[in-house]
Design a protein around this ligand. Structure first.
Ligand SMILES: NC(=O)c1ccc[n+]([C@@H]2O[C@H](COP(=O)([O-])OP(=O)(O)OC[C@H]3O[C@@H](n4cnc5c(N)ncnc54)[C@H](O)[C@@H]3O)[C@@H](O)[C@H]2O)c1
Length: 450
């Protein structure tokens, strides 16, 4: 999930686009659309979308979408009336059609596509309904709330020939593209091991959000909001802090890890569910009635490659995806990608020779240097390169990729099949935590087994 942007350094003009600045600092193209955006768009080429869910993420998506050339919001739906006003404020259209019923948008012939940012327990229904109504849809991550839902969503997209883009936006970033390019050019050799980690240490990071002042059964259609979750009386805290509860959300797995997993899959060119997952965790810090863990560690098996994940809401640590291979490391942080090559050879005589008698050790060291010392000018390159970019999680390129596909009918970067695979990893991490057992993915039955 996107947090406070730290873009100051980008504006500081310290780097020129596409140029090598310091010895090993490279600035990637800062344009959200990679320079491919047209400046003026004919009315016939405009894309008209309806927005479903204008909360924390939806308000950002709406604002970012209408900045894109030729993209227009022509209606919005939310179960909370305060967000009808917000949609009008963001779009600057005092008469923007708004509704509590998202079907009002799906029924409109003048709407080309939908952007949806509703809580996780609503994703399946919104995507299936949109596809069945003939609308393309950008839906937030994680794609599903439970593993079986993803397959219904894939089926709805394919049967209706609809474009579905899932919102793990980093897969459309310049940094992710560079990471993928470097990996496939052999920069680190065949990946042997991956580490993914992220930690937070503040109430907002732990999803303790302030409910809107006027939240009530009068301003929010609570019955509908609950969807298939157990019926409970109106609870403004659950409305705002739904991520803490498995009935509506998917915990740190679906909220945070899905971004790391999607970025990993894209970088490495993987598109599959993990074979197995083994999780450990608990509620250590935020004992506020939540039922989702605030510490969650997972070990996945991706066709034999170990992928270790550490997520926590108790200690802040930088977001990092580390790809390791015999030729070095690719470290993908929030705003940069660092490539640290490794020669994978001894650069000095083996310290094991410390256990040889003196004459033998001296002979070994002399012979070693004669044989291995690099010739002048042929020393191995081991200096790191840091690529700076417009952050992994910038949504504009990902939205742009979707809106372009709505027009061109070309595939999107993160279609329903990809989104489903990434979401399954989250569900496996959660299932392993709740069952207190390792789980594996059973491809034949398409279920998580333990
Ligand atoms: N890609 C990212 O970086 C990122 C960041 C934050 C959130 N998200 C995702 O975005 C989604 C929304 O999260 P949020 O934090 O904005 O939640 P939120 O609770 O702030 O907003 C969700 C809105 O959806 C509305 N809603 C719920 N069901 C609806 C329905 N059936 N019809 C119309 N409106 C409905 C709610 O009333 C609410 O206003 C989640 O899936 C979350 O995981 C993604």
């Amino acid at each position: 999930m996107k947090r406070i942007p730290r873009r100051g350094f980008l504006q500081a003009g310290a780097f020129a686009a596409g140029s090598l600045v310091a010895a090993k600092e490279v600035m990637l193209d800062p344009s959200p659309m990679g320079g491919g955006a047209p400046q003026a768009v004919a009315p016939s080429d405009r894309v008209r979308f309806g927005m479903i869910g204008i909360g924390m993420q939806g308000s950002g998506l709406l604002g970012a979408s209408i900045q894109l050339p030729g993209i227009e919001c022509v209606g919005a739906a939310d179960l909370y009336d305060g967000r009808h006003l917000l949609a009008r404020q963001i779009t600057g259209k005092a008469d923007l059609p708004v509704s509590r019923r998202y079907h009002d948008l799906l029924e409109r012939k003048d709407i080309d596509c939908i952007v949806a940012a509703v809580p996780d327990h609503w994703h399946k229904r919104v995507v299936v309904d949109a596809c069945n109504a003939g609308k393309d849809i950008y839906c937030e991550k994680p794609m599903s709330h439970a593993a079986e839902q993803g397959f219904e969503m894939v089926e709805a997209a394919q049967r209706n020939d609809r474009i579905v883009q899932i919102g793990s936006q980093r897969v459309s970033s310049a940094l992710c593209a560079r990471a993928r390019e470097m990996y496939h050019s052999g920069a680190i050799g065949e990946v042997e091991n991956v580490e993914l980690s992220l930690g937070r240490n503040d109430p907002t990071g732990a999803w303790i959000y302030p409910p809107p002042f006027d939240a009530s059964p009068q301003t929010i259609d609570w019955e509908t909001w609950l969807n298939d979750a157990p019926k409970i009386p109106f609870d403004k805290y659950k409305f705002a802090r739904w991520r803490c509860f498995r009935e509506y959300g998917t915990g740190v797995g679906g909220d945070l890890m899905v971004h790391l997993i999607s970025g990993m899959m894209f970088t490495l060119g993987w598109n599959e569910a993990p074979r197995s997952a083994q999780a450990l965790g608990g509620i250590f810090r935020w004992k506020d009635g939540r039922n989702m863990p605030d510490i969650h560690t997972v070990l996945f098996d991706y066709h034999g490659i170990p992928v270790y994940v550490r997520l926590g809401l108790g200690t802040e640590t930088p977001e990092l995806a580390r790809f390791m291979g015999p030729k070095g490391i690719l470290d993908a942080g929030e705003f940069e990608l660092t490539y640290s090559p490794q020669a994978g050879v001894d650069t000095a005589p083996s310290y094991y020779a410390g256990g040889f008698p003196r004459e033998m050790r001296e002979q070994y060291e002399r012979e070693w240097h004669e044989k291995h010392d690099p010739k002048l000018g042929h020393e191995p390159m081991t200096e790191s390169t840091v690529y700076h970019g417009h952050d992994w999680d910038d949504v504009s390129p990902h939205l742009w990729n979707f809106f372009q596909a709505v027009k061109s009918r070309k595939p999107v970067t993160e279609d329903a099949v990809f989104g489903n695979h990434a979401a399954i990893a989250c569900h496996m991490a959660n299932q392993s935590y709740f069952r207190s057992k390792p789980v594996y993915w059973d491809e034949a039955s398409k279920t998580i087994k333990s």
